[in-house]
Design a protein around this ligand. Structure first.
Ligand code: NCD
Ligand code: ZN
Length: 336
């Protein structure tokens, strides 16, 4: 990298903004570098329908406006549950929302939820009503955003065990645009690569830049899906390095108060907070691998081309200097 690097503002295809105080606390960090934000609907309570999503849109837009970032494009989503109807899918599609997030319902052997905000997920992907919902999404071009893990499985293999569900969904709804969120293992990378161009994956900094050993010794790196082996991490890097347009930047920045993270491992909340340092962290690691020329496509170009979005006009200027990281940002500790 020369001394400065100028990039288009990012298309952040997976972001947890929460609501209320936490939203106000974390949004400035994302708005500073993201020209496009896809807010996840696993708030408490979750964003379930056209009314919730309108209210959530207004809440975020008000905050963006007060920050002077009202031009940020929001790609709104709802969370699908067993109660979601095809009529509701049609309604949100008419409202112009971007996609529908699905968390598979289920608990692990210790009775724990799949991840933060995953309760009341989808019990059966192939139940008649779910099938009708997916068909409606395909009809209206709504994206299916999948938390691709089998909840009952050992966390190391839970994503790999989800691959048959992904393949069957694709086989049943050939036109449905699917994004497998926060891809974490080589097997899923390989599955996405084999599928057509409208089946993509999002990539997080935690799965790209950290190791399983680092995660296991730092609750602030605890997330779902978990960070896997170096072999899995290399599979993600390979796609980023060749500039595979099926792998999009979706950092899954998921803030939790310090107290919810600094607990015995089993009780610590899942979710990594990275917004304040995302561009600097990425630029440093891409630079070490001599991949700066891949950054703009990875962080905005691929998503914009895939979904017909306008590349953000604003830019981010990064200066080559040691990364400055605060201990915490408003009570939330960043990954590092
Ligand atoms: C996310 C959160 O905290 O909302 N946590 C995580 O570990 N990734 C949940 C999610 O990504 O859906
Ligand atoms: Zn997430």
């Amino acid at each position: 990298m020369s001394d400065t690097l100028v990039l288009p503002m990012f298309a952040n295809m997976h972001c947890h903004l929460r609501q209320g105080v936490m939203l106000r606390n974390v949004l400035p960090h994302s708005a500073a570098h993201d020209g496009i934000i896809l807010p996840m609907p696993n708030t408490d309570p979750h964003i379930a329908n056209h009314v919730d999503v309108s209210m959530y849109f207004v809440e975020i837009l008000n905050e963006l406006t007060s920050l002077g970032h009202e031009e940020t494009e929001l790609l709104m989503t709802i969370k699908m549950t067993d109660d979601t109807t095809p009529e509701e899918i049609e309604q949100v599609a008419e409202q112009g929302i971007f996609g529908v997030k699905v968390y598979p319902e289920g608990k692990d052997s210790a009775g724990r939820e799949l991840t933060t905000g995953a309760s009341h997920g989808l019990t059966d992907f192939f139940a008649p009503r779910a099938i009708e919902c997916f068909a409606m999404m395909a009809k209206h071009g709504l994206k299916l955003l999948l938390h691709g893990e089998l909840p009952e499985a050992d966390e190391r293999y839970a994503e790999a065990y989800f691959i048959p569900t992904l393949l069957r969904l694709h086989e049943l709804f050939l036109d449905l645009q699917i994004s497998v969120e926060h891809v974490s293992c080589e097997a899923m990378v390989a599955a996405i690569k084999r599928l057509p161009s409208h089946i993509v994956g999002t990539v997080t900094p935690q799965h790209l830049l950290f190791t399983r050993a680092e995660m296991l010794s730092n609750p602030h790196l605890k997330c779902k899906p978990t960070i896997k082996t170096v072999f899995d991490r290399n599979a993600l890097w390979s796609e980023v390095a060749v500039g595979n347009p099926k792998f999009l930047w979706g950092p899954d920045c998921a803030p939790h108060p310090r107290a919810a993270k600094e607990k015995p491992w089993e009780e610590a909340a899942n979710g990594c907070f990275s917004a304040p340092i995302q561009p600097e962290l990425l630029a440093t690691k891409f630079s070490e691998r001599h991949l700066e020329e891949r950054l703009a496509d990875f962080t905005s170009g691929f998503a914009c081309r895939r979904y017909g979005l306008t590349v953000p006009k604003g830019t981010i200027t990064l200066v080559r200097e040691p990364l400055k990281v605060e201990q915490e940002y408003g009570g939330v500790v960043p990954i590092m």
